[in-house]
Design a binder for this molecule. Structure first.
Ligand code: PLP
Length: 406
C-alpha cells in the first residue's frame, strides 16, 4: 500500500511538459512592445503580428531610420549614397532589436549601412563566387553535379549589409513566375539534379500561393529527391511563419530549411516560436552563419549562438568565411580567427552544435571546408592525431592493405 501512495505522488508531476513559449501574444514585457508603442503607436497587436503589416512598414529611408535610431556620421554619410549600393530595409520587428544609441551593436551593424561599404579593397568583386558564369538559365546556378541553386526572388524583408548577392537583390523586381518556367524546364531536363535549393532573395517573403505552386511544380519532377529553402525569415520576420504556411510546406517533404542566423540576440521568443512551428512540422532545420568582424567573431558569442540554435532544434550547418563582395573589408576576419573559433567548439561542446567552417571559393570553386590540422604526423604505421585538448594520440593505421606485425 505504501508503494502505491508513492506511485500516485510521482504521477502528480507529469513528465515532459513542453518548455516552448506560448503562442502570441507575448508578454507585455517583450522589448518589441515598448518599441512598438513608441514608434508605431497606431499599430494594433494584430498589425504587429501580421507579416504583411511588417513588410508594409519596413524602414527604408534615412528619415525613418533617423527617427528610430541616433545615426552616427558614418551611417548618415552612407545613407546619402543609398540607391548606389544595396538598399536599406529593416522590418519593424528586427528594428526593435537594434540599439538606438550604440552604432557598434552587432545587430545594428548587420542592417544599418556604414560608410565603409563604399570603400572597395583589393580582391573584392561584384560576383566573387562566379555565380553568373555558372548560370545555365537566368536565376539558376548549377555548380555541383547533383544540385542547383534556384534564385526565386530578389526580395528580402531586411537586407544584410554583407549580402553575397548584393549585386542583384532588392532591385524591386520581386518574384517572377514567368522566369521560373525556364528554370523548372532546365531542372526537369537534367535527371542528374536530385536536390534543389531555393534561395534569392528570401523565398519565404513570397505569398503562400506562389510558393505552393512552385514547390508543387518541383515535386512533379520525379528525379528531384529533396528540396531546400534558404531563408532569414524566422530571424527577421518570424510573423511570417504562420500555421497556414507551415501546413503548406509540410506537403512537400522531404523539405529542409537553412536559416541564416548571425547573432544570439536574434534568438528571441518570436524566433523561437517560428522555429518551433517549423520543427514540429517535421522540417529539418539547419543554420547558416557568416563570420563577421566585431559582430560574431568571438568564441563566446559563437558558442552562445550555436547552443541557442540547438536548443530551438536548428542544427548549425555552415559557418561561412565572409565573401569578398565590394565594400566588405570592415566585415571580414582573418581565416585564423575562424579556425580558432572552430577549434574552441569542436570537442569542447556537442558535435551537433559545431558547424562546418567553409570558404565559398572565389571564382566559383564551391564550398571548401577549413579544418584545423589534426593529423600531426606518422611513426611507422601509427598515425599521430591531435585531440581537442591538444594531446597527441596514435592510431594503428593500415598502409597499403592489411599488414601483419612482424
Ligand atoms: C551552397 C550551394 C549549394 C549547396 O551546397 P551544400 O554544400 O550541398 O549545402 C548548391 N549550389 C550552389 C551554387 C551553392 O552555392
Amino acid at each position: 500500500m505504501q508503494q502505491k501512495v508513492v506511485y500516485v505522488e510521482e504521477q502528480e508531476e507529469p513528465p515532459g511538459r513542453c518548455p516552448c513559449p506560448d503562442a502570441f501574444p507575448f508578454s507585455p514585457l517583450s522589448p518589441s512592445l515598448t518599441f512598438r508603442q513608441r514608434h508605431f503607436p497606431l499599430a494594433t497587436d494584430n498589425d504587429w503580428h501580421d507579416w504583411r503589416w511588417q513588410l508594409r512598414n519596413r524602414i527604408t529611408s534615412l528619415k525613418k531610420l533617423g527617427r528610430i535610431i541616433d545615426l552616427s556620421d558614418s551611417e548618415r554619410q552612407a545613407m546619402a549614397f543609398n540607391g548606389a549600393t544595396l538598399p536599406l530595409a529593416i522590418t519593424p520587428y528586427y528594428a526593435s532589436l537594434i540599439s538606438p544609441d550604440d552604432s557598434s551593436q552587432p545587430l545594428r551593424r548587420t542592417m544599418v549601412p556604414s560608410v565603409n561599404e563604399l570603400l572597395v579593397s583589393q580582391g573584392e568583386e561584384h560576383d566573387p563566387l562566379g555565380e553568373d558564369k555558372h548560370s545555365p538559365v537566368p536565376g539558376l546556378v548549377h555548380r555541383y553535379p547533383d544540385r542547383v541553386l534556384f534564385l526565386v526572388t530578389d526580395y528580402c524583408s531586411s537586407y544584410c549589409r554583407y549580402c553575397t548577392r548584393s549585386r542583384m537583390v532588392g532591385r524591386r523586381k520581386g518574384y517572377n513566375p514567368a522566369r521560373w518556367q525556364k528554370a523548372l524546364a532546365y531542372i526537369a531536363a537534367n535527371p542528374g539534379i536530385r536536390d534543389v535549393l531555393l534561395s534569392g532573395g528570401d523565398p519565404l517573403t513570397m505569398p503562400d500561393e506562389q510558393l505552393d505552386w512552385l514547390l508543387g511544380r518541383l515535386r512533379q519532377i520525379p528525379h528531384v529527391e529533396m528540396i531546400r529553402i534558404g531563408t532569414k525569415t524566422p530571424m527577421v520576420l518570424p510573423q511570417r511563419i504562420t500555421p497556414e504556411l507551415v501546413a503548406m510546406l509540410k506537403k512537400y517533404h522531404p523539405l529542409w530549411l537553412s536559416i541564416h542566423c548571425t547573432h544570439p540576440d536574434e534568438l528571441t521568443p518570436e524566433a523561437t516560436q517560428a522555429c518551433t512551428m517549423l520543427a514540429d512540422a517535421g522540417i529539418p532545420l539547419g543554420s547558416q552563419t557568416v563570420l563577421l568582424s566585431g559582430i560574431n567573431d568571438s568564441l563566446e558569442t559563437m558558442r552562445r549562438l550555436m547552443h541557442g540554435l540547438v536548443k530551438i532544434r536548428v542544427k548549425p550547418y555552415y559557418l561561412y568565411q565572409c565573401d569578398p563582395i565590394l565594400g566588405s573589408a570592415h566585415f571580414r576576419t582573418p581565416v585564423a580567427k575562424g579556425l580558432e573559433i572552430y577549434q574552441g567548439l569542436r570537442g569542447h561542446t556537442s558535435g551537433y552544435a559545431v558547424p562546418n567552417y567553409v570558404i565559398d571559393a572565389p571564382g566559383g570553386g564551391g564550398k571548401i571546408p577549413l579544418i584545423p590540422e589534426t593529423v600531426v604526423g606518422r611513426e611507422g604505421n601509427d598515425l599521430l592525431l591531435r585531440n581537442y585538448e591538444g594531446k597527441v594520440y596514435r592510431y594503428p593505421d593500415i598502409i597499403g592493405g592489411a599488414s601483419r606485425a612482424s
